[in-house]
Ligand binder design. Structure first.
Ligand code: NCD
Length: 336
């Protein structure tokens, strides 16, 4: 697992350094600026038009799938997809490992979402021992990790705090089902790369963030607080990261008997309690935890977050194939 330019597999956030995060955000900004003109989009789509990607998504997805698809299109990569294992030879009894190894015979990149926590890592290790060890990008693994969501979240936070000294020293509140929300687990771990960030985890004890993440924060000397009092912590927050109930891991009934989501929801009346320059984020999909009326408040950042995902993923893929230098050259040569 190399990092920096020529990052190979992208499996978990712990592999990203602060320098890597800065690089990826800078590159995402450059790609986005280049893409403003027709000539720029033509240049970008020539950078990797000799490559092909497999999108293997055996868990539901709208944004992650489409943003990876669009990111590939931006860079000229041709895509194929398997989203329903019932249409693959897995129904004939083929193991998932063999299925994915087959992809590596045809494609140059495998982007995968899977319900099993360590599946992407296992596949990356397996491919490394083959003659065609193509890069694997984890697009969400079980309840555990969602590293590219954390990248786009950091990218969104960096843009949001651009005129406020960046992410260092900010107060970030996470609310909702933090136990099974892989986006929160990944972002909480990734924020340890910034100085003086304080994290607040707002959830009932049954759905609090996993001890493994808290142990990681302790090890990194990061300050955090666990609470059930949403209103008390949102007032000082620079960012509030809302999440839905992850009841696909349970029964909806069971989940609702433990958590009253109303206590961990953002309502219009909360807006007046927030800092004027706070940002409200959500990985989406949302249910009722953010009232739709909030969408028109300038602090609602979740729709910007969706689009940022496409640029951040394009930057990650460009770095996977060592194209950062070429993209910078185009940027400078065209006086952008
Ligand atoms: C998240 C996921 O799949 O973990 N969605 C996404 O990728 N934006 C969050 C969720 O499903 O709640």
């Amino acid at each position: 697992m190399r990092t920096g330019e020529g990052i190979y597999h992208c499996i978990k956030v712990q592999q990203f350094s602060r320098d890597f995060l800065e690089e990826i955000c800078d590159l995402a900004d450059k790609i986005r600026e280049i893409a403003r003109t027709k000539a720029g989009t033509e240049y970008l789509s020539s950078t990797l038009n000799h490559k092909q990607a497999m999108l293997y998504f055996v868990q539901p997805s709208t944004r992650t799938f489409l943003s990876f698809y669009s990111a590939c299109q931006i860079l000229g990569i041709k895509c194929a997809e398997v989203r329903d294992p019932k249409t693959s030879s897995e129904v004939k009894g083929e193991s998932e490992e063999d299925t994915v190894r087959t992809f590596s015979s045809y494609f140059d990149l495998i982007i995968m979402r899977h319900p099993q926590a360590n599946f992407a890592e296992k596949i990356a290790g397996l491919l490394d021992r083959t003659e065609r060890p193509v890069p694997v990008i984890n697009a969400g693994s079980g309840k555990d990790q969602h590293p590219t969501q954390a990248l786009l979240d950091v990218y969104t936070l960096r843009r949001s705090f651009h005129h406020r000294g960046g992410i260092d020293g900010k107060q970030i509140v996470f609310a909702g089902d933090l136990l099974r929300g892989r986006t929160v687990r990944s972002l909480a771990a990734l924020l340890t790369r910034y100085q003086g960030v304080k994290q607040y985890f707002v959830a009932p004890p049954e759905f609090q963030i996993g001890q493994d993440i808290l142990d990681f924060l302790d090890k990194q000397g990061v300050e955090y607080e666990l609470t059930e009092n949403f209103e008390a912590v949102i007032q000082g927050a620079d960012a509030i990261y809302m999440t839905r109930l992850q009841d696909e891991w349970d029964s909806a009934e069971n989940t609702r008997s433990v958590i009253d989501i109303e206590r961990f929801s953002m309502r219009e009346r909360h807006l007046q309690m927030l800092k004027a320059d706070a940002v409200i984020l959500h990985p989406l999909p949302r249910r009722l935890e953010i009232e739709v009326a909030i969408d028109s408040d300038p602090r609602a950042g979740y729709w910007r977050q969706v689009r940022n995902g496409m640029w951040a993923r394009a930057a990650l893929i460009a770095m996977t194939f060592c194209r950062k230098q070429n993209i910078y050259e185009y940027y400078l040569n065209n006086n952008l």
